[in-house]
Design a binder for this molecule. Structure first.
Ligand SMILES: NC(=O)c1ccc[n+]([C@@H]2O[C@H](COP(=O)([O-])OP(=O)(O)OC[C@H]3O[C@@H](n4cnc5c(N)ncnc54)[C@H](OP(=O)(O)O)[C@@H]3O)[C@@H](O)[C@H]2O)c1
Length: 244
């Protein structure tokens, strides 16, 4: 979701959003936790995710940092705890067993990884006892990560696409604009439909207003033709918005 306006978060839950993506480094855990507390939607119907930053990934720091996140969220457990990036204090042999321990304690339902390469994912699987529950990566028409989509499909976990709208940078691409015109929808809807067309891929678009929240939910019903998808797949320009 990526907004820190409590009214927008509450509106999102009211509209039917159930996947709330937070991170310590975004400083949005408290505001999302407050919206969850204010909502009538039962906790078990929500998927609340947070992420451990690269400074908190040493085996001895993982438990403390996760508890601090839970305190800020005001929750007894998170559905998904991600390694935000495999950098800094990340050490697969130490970090990942510490995450498994949090699952055993019931503080974390499942473990996710974010910004991993295919090689990093392979190493992580060797050290994690619980199956990888999700891989969150930048994925949009200008940065497509075919090898990571393939890894997710092969190993049976969802790829969670962040920046699925390329922060708006894909809206003027002819392949996106012309598909939008053909379907009578916005370029944002086309970007989301292209992301969601891949089996096993879900998206966490950022939206700061109710009209955008509504539009992005509705985009889930848009089906692009194989030719429209192939044209976006063939875009030659590549732009990574969040490099290391
Ligand atoms: N795991 C990681 O390392 C990582 C890194 C970066 C980001 N993320 C996650 O990815 C999420 C998205 O990142 P992003 O900001 O690059 O976002 P994005 O979803 O690609 O684009 C967001 C932009 O598109 C606009 N927008 C949203 N819905 C729209 C619609 N229906 N029509 C037209 N414009 C629309 C938004 O405007 P308004 O805000 O005005 O609605 C905003 O300017 C973040 O919320 C964050 O949770 C994760």
């Amino acid at each position: 979701m990526g907004t820190d306006d409590p009214e927008v978060i509450e509106a999102a839950i009211d509209l039917g959003y159930r996947h709330l993506d937070t991170a310590r480094i975004y400083e949005n855990e408290a505001v999302v936790g407050a919206a969850v507390a204010a909502s009538d939607v039962p906790r078990e119907e929500l998927l609340v995710a947070t992420k451990l930053w690269v400074t908190d990934l040493a085996a001895d720091d993982v438990g403390r940092s996760a508890r601090e996140s839970l305190d800020r969220l005001g929750l007894e457990y998170v559905d998904l705890l991600y390694v935000h990036r495999p950098r800094g204090a990340y050490d697969p042999a130490g970090t990942l067993p510490a995450l498994d321990a949090l699952v055993d304690e019931g503080l974390v339902r499942e473990v996710g990884l974010s910004n991993f390469s295919a090689e990093d994912l392979e190493t992580a699987r060797d050290h994690l006892e619980t199956p990888v529950a999700a891989h969150q990566v930048e994925h949009h028409p200008l940065f497509r990560r075919a090898e990571l989509v393939e890894d997710a499909r092969e190993h049976g976990y969802p790829l969670v696409a962040y920046s699925p709208l390329a922060s708006g940078k894909a809206f003027d691409l002819p392949a996106v604009r012309e598909a939008a015109e053909a379907h009578g929808v916005s370029p944002a809807a086309v970007c989301l439909a292209w992301v969601l067309a891949r089996e096993g891929v879900v998206a966490v678009p950022k939206a700061s207003s109710e009209p955008h929240l509504r539009a992005n939910l509705e985009a889930a019903d848009l089906r692009l033709s194989d030719a429209e998808i192939a044209r976006i797949d063939a875009i030659e320009r590549e732009e990574e918005l969040f490099p290391e």
